[in-house]
Design a binder for this molecule. Sequence first.
Ligand SMILES: Cc1cc2nc3c(=O)[nH]c(=O)nc-3n(C[C@H](O)[C@H](O)[C@H](O)COP(=O)(O)O)c2cc1C
Length: 196
Amino acid sequence: MRTVVAITGASGSTFGVELLRRLPGETFAVLSRWGQHVVREETGLGREQVAEIATRLFYDSDLSAPLASGSNPWDAMVVLPCTTSTIGKIASGIADSLVTRAAAVTLKEGRRLVVCPRETPLSAVTLRQMADLARDGVTVMPVSPGWYAGPATLQDLVDDFVGRVLQVLGIEVPGGWRAEELNGAARPLPEERVPE
Ligand SMILES: Cc1cc2nc3c(=O)[nH]c(=O)nc-3n(C[C@H](O)[C@H](O)[C@H](O)COP(=O)(O)O)c2cc1C
């Protein structure tokens, strides 16, 4: 599997770094200029250290990189975290950086595109753009970890959300919420669970 991972300049860059660590196969990473800044602020990692956990790291300014062309095959692209600026550009077909060009290529080639916005509150502009992307077949997954697995640490929350992204990409992740109830033979109907 070959996956493009773009880290843009939204808070939560640790999620993108963790995705790079856990993705199987080849990973092609691109950090936007502000993505690089936020990665350093929030994780302490520099460009060189991110390069060590990806198969290849490309410059966002390099529109002659292989990711700028649909003739180079990759299976999926994830933008994690995704700024509202990058959402707007992808939704309107602007491809003036390697992140936005690779996203445009992923879309035009009918490959899987997952964007993980991180912003709050959201303006009507961004909500409209996210709806447009969803209608165009993009998976829009706001960075929103679940609490139902009983996280004890911040890393648990990061792992939970990154696990959901991996599942969306078709990668098996053990231990879904109450997954054991789907396994094994048919059982008698349990009592209905209603909150008190
Ligand atoms: C420390 C920091 C945190 C930021 N957090 C966010 C954020 O959570 N969401 C967002 O949409 N923009 C955020 N921004 C603003 C973007 O970085 C800015 O709009 C930038 O132009 C986005 O460019 P890019 O999409 O190419 O990375 C942040 C900027 C800084 C410096």
